[in-house]
Design a binder for this molecule. Sequence first.
Ligand code: HEM
Ligand code: PLO
Length: 494
Amino acid sequence: VRTRDRPQEAPSLPYLPVLGSLLSLRSPHPPHVLFKELQQKYGQTYSLKMGSHQVIIVNHHAHAREVLLKRGRTFAGRPRTVTTDVLTRDGKDIAFGDYSATWRFHRKIVHGALCMFGEGSASLQRIICTEAQSLCSTLSEAAATGLALDLSPELTRAVTNVICSLCFNSSYSRGDPEFEAMLRYSQGIVDTVAKDSLVDIFPWLQIFPNKDLRLLKQCVAVRDQLLQKKFEEHKSDYSDHVQRDLLDALLRAKRSAENNNTAAEFSAEAVGLSDDHLLMTVGDIFGAGVETTTTVLKWAITYLIHYPEVQKQIQEELDRKVGVDRPPQLSDRGSLPFLEATIREVLRIRPVAPLLIPHVALSDTSLGDFTVRKGTRVVINLWSLHHDEKEWTNPDLFNPGRFLSADGSSLTLPSSSYLPFGAGLRVCLGEALAKMELFLFLSWILQRFTLSVPPSQSLPSLEGKFGVVLQPVKYAVKATPRPGCHSGLFPANP
Ligand code: HEM
Ligand code: PLO
């Protein structure tokens, strides 16, 4: 027997019983950076143990594509962890729920509901532009008083109101106590859920007092109360004839399952339309809808402050193609390649989910030449893909031009080592929505303002804080109105 025909195990980090590879994972760097560095010693694809769980780390796009696309179905599972079980009532949601008929069904309902607001109808554009208008008014007020402003709550409210319209047909005004509570609980969840915390490695540790787990449970309780309230309101004025939002779409699916199938095995419960499932799905979309897009907007602004020449180039493109007499609209997307390239570059250099969400092998399989046993967790290190020196020149340099043709007139994809939204069966459900929001919010802001930090303040850190999403740090931004652009110049809606 020739050795190279024998199935191989992926190279493994050392591990101990119970502890797994924990001792090799102690590092001052966040996990995505450490996993990128470990390639030098173990190769692009290697394995390690988290407690008793076998984990494969993938750092190259060829293997990433094999996991997500070629063997997408085999790798479509999700692990159960202590923290995500707390958040999702044991995986009754889409993102952290295992591969199942229920998961597929919920994805379909959400997809349908998002399409209802889709690009075809003008309604999504109208919702986003209303929020962009309100955001710009806040920036104007701050500018008039000469104040620098922490943009984070303002951007979060704008983005929250878009997803709130889609999920619950409602929105928040500035200072709304429910919104303030949402900001607090959501940050608590981002800081603790799926964190590389010991509870996820040693489930038995949850019997010991654990500060993070306690905080997570408190925050989830507050979130659940909010979701429950929206749910009760929707149930009480639900009608089969109007579908106002995602929650109505979910309620309609539940009613129709209940009406059509009286047999127990087809009950709403059995097909995954229990109240818990509905709440967790809408909780996912609400949570994902807020935290991801807000984070990208914050990164975009942070980079534009660091690279004023990029900001200026976007503004010149806007002046040329849109002018100052009307606000930008989705139909301008094709004529603003430099802005689109900047959005792509932000998503490359600071991926929202640098390790995606872990996948799980649903049966014995392989990855390249390596054997993979059923139940193995697979972590795609998007950070490595997006910072691969063989694929990107100066990967740590922020350079939107890399996504443009030589004459700058059209968009390109210079490398296939780029998957900001994942791919395959588990691809992000909100990609189209997120791209519309990023385009409209950034174009509205940059048409009217130049962003900088006050002279007394140093530039914001580009390092970011690793959690379930990679967030930039907090800092105050000075928005200077651009000559010729007044926030009240044109009506909110194109
Ligand atoms: C999953 C990125 C915005 C809903 C994901 C994944 C990534 C991602 C990398 C994981 C894919 C995997 O595990 O293989 C992003 C980025 C966004 C964004 C970069 C913003 C720029 C949104 C928005 C929504 C959303 C606005 C809601 C409408 C979801 C859901 C999943 C997901 C539900 C789980 C899919 C599943 O497991 O089946 N996203 N996302 N995302 N995203 Fe997004
Ligand atoms: C964000 C905090 C919310 O309070 C709850 C929530 C729900 C869905 C999660 C989201 C959080 C973080 C980003 C996630 C999203 C599902 C898909 C998305 C993980 C935890 C990404 C980027 O994969």
